[in-house]
Design a protein around this ligand. Structure first.
Ligand code: HEM
Length: 504
């Protein structure tokens, strides 16, 4: 008898769990929105939750599975969200109807590092973007160029020394050492003399950030829970690290710009100015005081967003150059020519001049867009243009740049690395939303120009001295690392880096 009760009890429990973890799964069917069949508890992102596939790859798979649909309904855990495939709808959401989609909708404690530009929403985001956009202008970037240049020179020196004892490098890791030093110099004013210690510390932070945490899934499952419990996405040790770093730097500078023209200087300049209250992003009711917490949060996001994205882009770029010697030859010829014409100097202007370099860079980010998927949240009910669907307030909307960049509709032979796709005439005829490595619209990547510049400068200096070739360990089919939040090569990228025989 007791066996029967136990069996009945267990069955009831299993049923209760099953019911609870599938209770939302009729959401899209009842709205006639097609989509993949969800799995209890995991929804449609099981492989990502189990860290078998990167979330960007999972969303790309869903994109591919519905080639004829404008929108696809899916479930991140049990939460319904909408994948938008149609470029015109994307244009509406990201640009034309931006006022409905100002938020990214990652909902956690917005105190401390949570006040960073990437994760901030609502009026805080508007105020932050208004206040921090001026530090990313071309003029400010030009003033900062010397810091990147120093970083690139010492990086090339380092590679030269290493090349005396070995040929093969894991280039993704190698390039991270350049971007960590550049971003440290540009964001925190950490000078190159003391870089070794700082790099060790920042690497530690990176490990903490990239170690598997299921807090993001918790947010997907219970939107708003983390915020109401005042829980952050970031471990305390990371928060403390950035708060201390920023406090120390501000104290060293007596709270005033030091003349280095780095981000901290620019932020301190902003702090000295009066409030900005109306801008192209509209009126923000909120005035934003630039406290050391706010500075720490931005320093943190510039560091995280700035070093990994560029290092990964350059790593993939070197990989494609090694696999496509003709492209490498053409790029090297351009680099040699431009440097020679500029008396051996690489300046901000020379980088801009290099048309082929820009095409190679763009094609790299077509094949390997790093931040996946793009995300927005509807701040009110919204009728999706060109469909019968009205989405509810708070619905999360996703866009898959990877899906679009590999879609034959927009790019013929998408698996082929072909920089000529970015010939201005060809690219000019493309839909503006068919190329999204930096996102698009008012909430696109604020560091786009910085990322391009630091990557292109480093590649220029590197290829002026070295060539890259596949080694016996180079993966012929690069897989995406499932553990990290952004796209990156699983197991790194192994290449031979060989000093060039420069004709005198
Ligand atoms: C190759 C390099 C980079 C790539 C591919 C990249 C890509 C992206 C993408 C796709 C987004 C989301 C855009 C959207 O949702 O529409 C983004 C946002 C952002 N990126 Fe970048 N990024 C790069 C470099 C940088 C750098 C160097 C910085 C800072 C120094 C930076 C800071 C940010 C910030 C703060 C945001 C959030 C902007 C906002 O929400 O207002 N990124 N980035």
């Amino acid at each position: 008898m007791s066996f029967l009760y136990i069996t009945l009890g267990l069955s009831a429990l299993v049923y209760a769990f099953y019911y609870y973890f599938t209770r939302t799964f009729n959401y899209w069917k009842s709205r006639n929105v097609p989509g993949p069949e969800p799995i209890p508890f995991f929804g449609n992102i099981k492989e990502s939750v189990l860290r078998q596939k990167n979330i960007g790859v999972v969303i790309h798979d869903i994109y591919k599975a519905f080639p004829n649909e404008k929108v696809v309904g899916l479930y991140r855990m049990t939460s319904p969200c909408l994948l938008v495939r149609d470029l015109e709808i994307i244009k509406h959401i990201m640009i034309k109807d931006f006022e409905v989609f100002t938020d990214r909708g990652v909902d956690f404690s917005k105190q401390g590092l949570g006040q960073n530009l990437f994760h901030a929403d609502g009026e805080t985001w508007t105020a932050l973007r208004n206040r921090f956009s001026p530090i990313f202008t071309t003029g400010k970037l030009k003033n900062m160029f010397y810091l990147m240049n120093e970083g690139a020179d010492s990086f090339v020196d380092y590679v030269s020394t290493e090349c005396q004892s070995r040929q093969e490098f894991e280039v993704h890791l190698l390039l991270q050492s350049y971007t960590v030093s550049t971003i440290s110099a540009c964001a925190f004013g950490v000078s190159y003399d003391s870089l070794q210690d700082k790099m060790e510390a920042l690497k530690l932070v990176d490990q903490v950030i990239s170690s598997p945490s299921y807090i993001v899934e918790l947010d997907m499952m219970y939107p708003g829970l983390l915020r109401s419990l005042n829980l952050s996405l970031f471990p305390k040790v990371v928060m403390k690290f950035f708060e201390n770093l920023v406090d120390n730097i501000i104290t060293q500078r007596n709270g005033k710009p030091s003349g280095r023209n780095d981000f901290i200087d620019l932020i301190l300049e902003l702090r000295e100015k009066k409030e900005v209250n109306s801008t192209k992003f509209g009126h923000s009711g909120k005035t934003l005081e630039i406290t050391s917490d706010v500075i720490a949060a931005q320093a943190f996001v510039f560091y995280v967003a700035g070093y990994e994205t560029s290092a990964t882009t350059m790593g993939y770029m070197l990989y494609q150059l090694a696999m496509n010697p003709d492209v490498q030859k053409k790029l090297t010829a351009e680099i040699d020519e431009v440097i020679q014409a500029n008396n051996g100097q690489v300046t901000y202007e020379t980088i801009k001049e290099m048309k082929y370099l820009n095409k190679v860079f763009d094609e790299t980010l077509r094949m390997y867009s790093i931040v996946e998927p793009l995300q927005r949240k509807a701040v009110r009910e919204y009728k999706v243009p060109g469909t019968d669907l009205t989405i509810e307030k708070d619905t999360i909307v996703l866009v898959s740049p990877r899906g679009i960049h590999y879609d034959e509709k927009y790019y013929e032979d998408p698996e082929v690395f072909n920089p000529e796709r970015f010939d201005p005439e060809v690219a000019g005829n493309r839909h503006p939303c068919a190329y999204l490595p930096f996102g698009i619209g008012q909430r696109n990547c604020i560091g786009m120009r910085f990322g391009r510049l630091q990557s292109q400068l480093c590649i220029t200096k590197l290829l002026s001295k070295f060539q890259v070739e596949p080694s016996k360990n180079t993966a012929r089919n690069l897989e995406v690392e499932p553990h990290r939040g952004i796209i990156g090569p699983k197991g790194g990228i192994r290449l031979n880096v060989i000093p060039r025989k420069i004709k005198s």
